[in-house]
Design a protein around this ligand. Structure first.
Ligand SMILES: Nc1nc2c(ncn2[C@@H]2O[C@H](COP(=O)(O)OP(=O)(O)OP(=O)(O)O)[C@@H](O)[C@H]2O)c(=O)[nH]1
Length: 315
């Protein structure tokens, strides 16, 4: 991935109660376990194409607890209105029965026009930094963010893709396998909102819509206020509904909503990953126990019906 991580010199001049809150660092000895819906973000990360296992975890934990709802978006702009994880997910977390979820990376792909602030959004979340200078992303770049959700380790691999047309074919090669698609636009530039349809269509060409969470994110919220902001957000919510996406407004400059947004991304994709894993394991068990899979040569299923083990010559 020769182009990953590169930034070029500037070639051109982005249920209705809040439950995301700061919590103290992970449970100290003797402290009560966090409730199952709590999520703790670990600021350990890496910038390379190495596999996720063994990614160093830094000690400066920046913990957040997360629930599945938030108050900064309207219910119409929300994918799911619920306060807690699915019952099976909570139970699996409590029993530490989340299979390989903690070992895998969930892929998040961020797409959108050039200059809308994709890199800035990711940098604000992963590095808590903001750069006023524009350096175009060349191809793709990625960050890995590690979380602990309800005691289960969980990692997001967040792919930053180039918005410039000339890098589009490189970037689109990395869309496949996304669990989350974040389509970003600049709240102060209506054209970039209109282009999100095409960005989403391109990302969905490589992914099944039913297997992805789709987010529409308005960036640079700090540049708008009052009626202009309300109007831009209303148009975005309307489009988000069409796209079956969840809408968020953020500012990488001020940090507004950035952590809450990624916590929401992590919570939804974590829940989905655990449910998928439970389903996969239960269907694998069914197949092992399914008598149809083992059949005596030369005999029809009907002729075997009603036979006990002794009639098959076992005992
Ligand atoms: N005021 C303000 N400026 C922002 C914000 N986010 C990004 N910018 C600025 O917008 C410009 C473009 O930001 P980038 O994050 O590089 O944009 P990008 O979408 O990654 O661009 P490409 O890599 O070309 O696709 C930079 O000058 C940023 O400083 C924001 O929230 N508020």
């Amino acid at each position: 991935m020769a182009t990953a991580g590169a930034r070029s010199a500037p070639s051109q001049t982005p249920p209705p109660t809040s439950a995301i809150r700061q919590t103290p660092a992970g449970p100290a000895p003797g402290r009560a376990e966090p409730p199952p819906w709590q999520l703790q973000r670990d600021s350990g990360r890496m910038r390379s194409s190495l596999a996720p296992l063994g990614v160093p975890v830094s000690r400066d934990r920046d913990d957040v607890s997360v629930c599945l709802s938030g108050s900064w978006y309207t219910p119409e702009a929300c994918l799911q209105l619920k306060d807690h994880f699915h019952g099976q997910v909570s139970a699996a977390c409590q029993r530490r029965n989340t299979g390989t979820v903690g070992l895998r990376l969930s892929k998040v792909v961020v797409v959108g026009d050039l200059y809308v602030g994709k890199t800035s959004l990711i940098h604000r979340f992963c590095k808590n930094a903001f750069d006023r200078d524009y350096k175009a992303t060349i191809g793709v770049d990625f960050e890995i963010e590690r979380f602990e959700i309800a005691g289960v380790p969980y990692s997001l691999q967040i792919w930053d893709t180039a918005g410039q047309e000339k890098f589009k074919c490189i970037a689109s090669a990395y869309y496949r396998g996304a669990q989350v698609i974040i389509t970003a636009f600049d709240l102060s530039d209506a054209q970039t909102l209109a282009h999100t349809r095409q960005w989403l269509a391109d990302a969905l060409r490589e992914n099944a819509a039913t297997s992805c969470f789709i987010f529409l994110v308005g960036t640079k919220k700090d540049l708008l206020s009052g009626a202009a902001c309300e109007q831009a957000e209303a148009e975005a919510v309307h489009l988000a509904n069409e796209m079956q996406a969840e809408y968020w407004s953020v500012s990488a400059k001020t940090g507004e909503n950035v952590k809450a947004f990624f916590s929401r991304v992590a919570a939804l994709s974590f829940e989905h990953s655990v449910l998928q894993d439970l389903e996969r394991r239960s269907s694998a068990q069914l197949q092992v126990g399914d008598g149809d899979l083992v059949r005596m040569k030369g005999s029809s299923p009907e002729s075997q019906e009603g036979r006990g083990l002794s009639s098959l010559g076992c005992c």
